[in-house]
Design a protein around this ligand. Structure first.
Ligand code: GDP
Length: 303
């Protein structure tokens, strides 16, 4: 709970700061109040469509409950934000991990979003829960990606399966799957490339990797987690759509929430991508990966 509060500080300062001053300026609810409220919500990156809907619902609620004072709206706004998140579909944040046999988690996402860091954090978390974990260095394209994953492997104390830079990612993943089976590993976490310069090429590479996993392990991959950088806001959302088309993403990890005042993007993502946010990154340390909770999140936006 405290982690959420601290991680959302920038968004909260900006969002509640503006909201408080709005409420102070307009004591009673009117059309101008709603226009300014709309602007504040859009600035928090909640997404234009979502904001429009929210404003309409707020107006109705104000009429229905005969609310006059703007200060009475805090509760209604937070209730509606949670409802909007939850109405968008499944909100399950638990990883789909079986207690028996090998589980495979595939990570996808654009370079720089925090994919490698998140893989390290998740490996640490799973290991702390008593699972044996192995990493596969499937980003054979970006210079330094393999070494970076190895550093995380050492830090967390889990083995990393790799080949040399430039080798076929599907072949690396195949090797890792064999090693994981032989060593009776519980969870194999696979890194993948995130270059977007040649989109078609990358997407066919990801499909090939996925096919290898499906062929080698029944019901795998159990999770395909897409990492999105919260600081890139609506741009990150657009990039995310490209990946979503190529692989069936089962969950989102929203990183760097601690570094943005636009944390409302979590709501926009849920609505637009129709995939639950499973984790959020709230800092650069091993323990800064938190399971997403829409209630904690929305209440963390307010003072
Ligand atoms: P990749 O290219 O997607 O693998 O990205 P990296 O894992 O190398 O991360 C890029 C940068 O973002 C690094 O400097 C990380 O320390 C930083 N980073 C990753 N996640 C978070 C987060 O949740 N919060 C903050 N503040 N920084 C993060």
């Amino acid at each position: 709970t405290d982690k959420f509060k601290t991680g959302l500080e920038k968004t909260r300062d900006s969002f509640s700061g503006k909201l408080n001053s709005l409420v102070a300026r307009y004591r009673t609810v009117d059309e101008d109040f709603f226009e300014e409220l709309e602007e504040i919500l859009i600035m928090a990156d909640i997404g234009v469509n979502t904001v429009m809907e929210l404003i309409e619902e707020l107006k109705e609620e104000v009429k229905l409950r005969n609310i006059k004072e703007t200060s009475a709206l805090y509760e209604v706004i937070s209730e509606k934000l949670v409802a909007i998140y939850e109405e968008a579909g499944e909100t399950e944040t638990e990883l789909n991990i079986n207690n028996e046999g090998l589980n495979v988690i595939l990570f996808v996402g654009v370079n720089g979003v925090g994919k490698t860091t998140t893989i390290g954090k998740l490996a640490h978390k799973l290991k702390a829960e008593g699972k044996s974990v192995m990493l596969a260095a499937g980003d054979t394209f970006r210079a330094g990606a393999i070494e970076q994953l190895e550093v995380w492997g050492e830090r967390v104390g889990v083995p990393v399966v790799k080949q040399k830079e430039g080798s076929d990612p599907a072949s690396v993943i195949y090797d890792a799957l064999q090693a994981a089976k032989t060593r009776h590993v519980d969870v194999l976490i696979c890194d993948t490339a995130g270059r977007l310069q040649n989109k078609v090429n990358l997407m066919s590479e990801l499909s090939k990797v996925r096919r290898v996993i499906e062929r080698e392990v029944p019901h795998a991959p159990q999770e395909v987690l897409q990492v999105i950088d919260a600081t890139t806001g609506q741009n990150g959302l657009q990039q995310a759509k490209v990946f979503g088309e190529a692989t069936d993403v089962t969950g989102i990890v929203l990183t760097k929430l601690d570094g943005t005042a636009k944390g409302g993007i979590a709501l926009a993502i849920r609505r637009e991508l129709k995939v639950p946010v499973k984790f959020v990154g709230l800092g650069e340390q091993l323990n800064d990966l938190q399971v997403f909770d829409s209630n904690l999140f929305v209440y963390g936006l307010f003072g």
